[in-house]
Design a protein around this ligand. Structure first.
Ligand code: MN
Length: 313
């Protein structure tokens, strides 16, 4: 199946709509202003002025509209990513992507999300504002995430601090915790999608394949089929970028909750500022409370205790 996207000016878009009016279908997806279906081609017009042609007749139909600037098809794999070699036109395939967040933050959970973006929704997901998530602010992600969660089959796991501290105390490394969570989230998404299957699964790589599978070797159900690993995977398929935004959203929601119960703004990261807030929370609410909202084994705990002893902050 081929896929062509043209970026067209408003007056040209009106001509396209008129041309396909007979074949118009209702599509209530966000960002879509018009959709039509021929026997071998689906035409979708987006708010941004992009017109997508999908199906066996895609190039024939797109060729009728040469006024536009062709914008899709090939993205060359960024030389800065490390991992599996991806199949050609990977960015246009039906993929389940997964990513995590919160691993370097003293306060708050680790969250992992996995989500499925089928080929026909790749453009739609971009239209919803999904780009390389490293380029998006938290505020933007808060706005985009609810639409993504409505639109896409997904799973999001939030590992709260109490549970994190318990399993970390039992000797689980962060790598193992992440691997277990990715496997779990992928399992959920694949189950929800049944009987449909993705062409590939792409995990934003935090460990090499062998290490990843070693971490989860005792699990009953291990997701292995068509699994690819790459660093910076959010640049390689929108499913990973979307998963990253959903994971971030869940992280921010939990941080909001912690801010509420601690009655002070909870900072991200693991800087000296974080030590100070931790020391204040310790003095106000005690050790048990502080432990219940942090990754207790981080060096920040010792640094905060030093501040408490000196009362210097
Ligand atoms: Mn990642």
């Amino acid at each position: 199946m081929s896929n062509e996207v043209l970026l067209m000016p408003a007056n040209e878009i009106e001509k396209v709509k008129a041309h396909y009016l007979k074949y118009k279908i209702e599509r209530s997806a966000p960002g879509v202003v018009f959709a039509a279906k021929l026997s071998d081609t689906a035409i979708t017009i987006y708010k941004s002025g992009k017109v997508m042609f999908q199906g066996n007749g895609a190039s024939r139909e797109a060729a009728l509209w040469n006024g536009g600037t062709s914008s899709t098809t090939t993205t060359v794999k960024s030389p800065l990513t490390k991992g599996d070699t991806l199949p050609e036109h990977f960015e246009l395939q039906s993929v389940v992507g997964s990513d995590e967040t919160g691993t370097g933050d003293y306060f708050g959970p680790i969250t992992v999300a996995a989500c499925f973006v089928p080929a026909h929704q790749v453009e739609l997901v971009k239209e919803l504002g999904v780009k390389d998530s490293k380029m998006l602010t938290d505020e933007l992600m808060r706005r985009i995430a609810p639409d993504l969660m409505k639109t896409l089959t997904h799973s999001v796991l939030v590992l709260k601090n109490e549970k994190y501290n318990e399993i970390q105390g039992r000797g689980w490394s962060q790598g193992k915790i992440k691997a277990m969570m990715h496997n779990q989230a992928l399992k959920h998404v694949l189950k929800k999608m049944e009987p449909e299957k993705p062409s590939f699964i792409l995990i934003d790589q935090f460990a090499e394949r062998g290490i990843y599978y070693n971490h989860i070797k005792m699990e009953k159900e291990i997701i292995r089929e068509n699994v690819l690993f790459s660093t910076k995977a959010e640049q390689l398929h929108v499913s990973v970028a979307a998963a990253s935004i959903i994971a971030r959203y869940a992280f921010l929601k939990e941080m909001d909750r912690l801010t509420e119960i601690a009655k002070t703004a909870i900072p991200k990261g693991a800087s000296a500022k974080v030590d100070e807030i931790a020391a204040k929370i310790y003095l106000k609410h005690g050790e048990e409370f502080l432990k219940s909202i942090t990754k207790w084994h981080f060096a920040n705990t010792q640094k905060a205790m030093k501040l408490v002893q000196k009362r210097k902050f």
